[in-house]
Design a protein around this ligand. Sequence first.
Ligand SMILES: [Zn+2]
Ligand SMILES: [Zn+2]
Length: 81
Amino acid sequence: MTTCRECSRQWRSYVEAHCGGCHQHFTGVSSFDLHLRGGSCLLPADVGLVVASRSDGNVWAWPGERDAAVFGSGTRRDDME
Ligand SMILES: [Zn+2]
Ligand SMILES: [Zn+2]
């Protein structure tokens, strides 16, 4: 279990990404990168990400990733490629 010391968000997945700037939580590096533009944070919803519910809380996911995110609960190791 990983905990953000600033916002207390906790997560277990190795592939999820937590932003230390805006403290939004993402399904992975690819969706995390999408909300970073020119070194600053954009609202995830503004770059086309959608909220997916996981056991540890809500995360921002790619639109097509929403169902897989719920199903996999962040434990799928094939996300690490
Ligand atoms: Zn951010
Ligand atoms: Zn945080």
